[in-house]
Write a protein of this length. Structure first.
Length: 102
C-alpha cells in the first residue's frame, strides 16, 4: 500500500501576481515584462510588501548568459551565410530598445 500526500493550493490573482499557498510556505508568483517600468515597479512593491525569505528568478538561457556577461561571438560571415541577417537586425534592435527602456 502506498501513502498519498494531498496538498491544497489556494490561488488568488491581482494583475500579474498569483499567491499559491498551503499552510507553510507561501509561494508568490509575479509575472513580469522584462522591459516594462511598470512591471519593475510592481515587482519591487510586492517584494517590499511580502518581505520574502527567498526570491527566485526564472530566466531563459540567453538572458541568464547575458546577465553573467557571457556572450557568444558570432562572426559576420556566419550571420550573412546563414540567411540570418533579418533575425540579427531585429535582435539588435530589440536589445537596443531594451537597454533604452530599462
Amino acid at each position: 500500500m502506498t501513502d498519498t500526500i494531498q496538498t491544497h493550493y489556494q490561488v488568488t490573482c491581482t494583475d500579474y501576481t498569483d499567491h499559491l499557498s498551503k499552510p507553510d510556505p507561501e509561494i508568490v508568483l509575479i509575472g513580469t515584462a522584462h522591459v516594462s517600468k511598470k512591471s519593475v515597479t510592481e515587482v519591487k512593491e510586492v517584494i517590499a510588501r511580502e518581505r520574502p525569505s527567498v526570491v527566485a528568478v526564472e530566466l531563459c538561457p540567453g538572458r541568464y548568459a547575458a546577465l553573467k556577461g557571457e556572450t557568444e561571438d558570432v562572426s559576420a560571415k556566419d550571420i550573412l551565410s546563414g540567411g540570418n541577417i533579418t533575425l540579427f537586425l531585429v535582435h539588435s534592435l530589440l536589445a537596443y530598445l531594451q537597454n533604452k527602456i530599462g
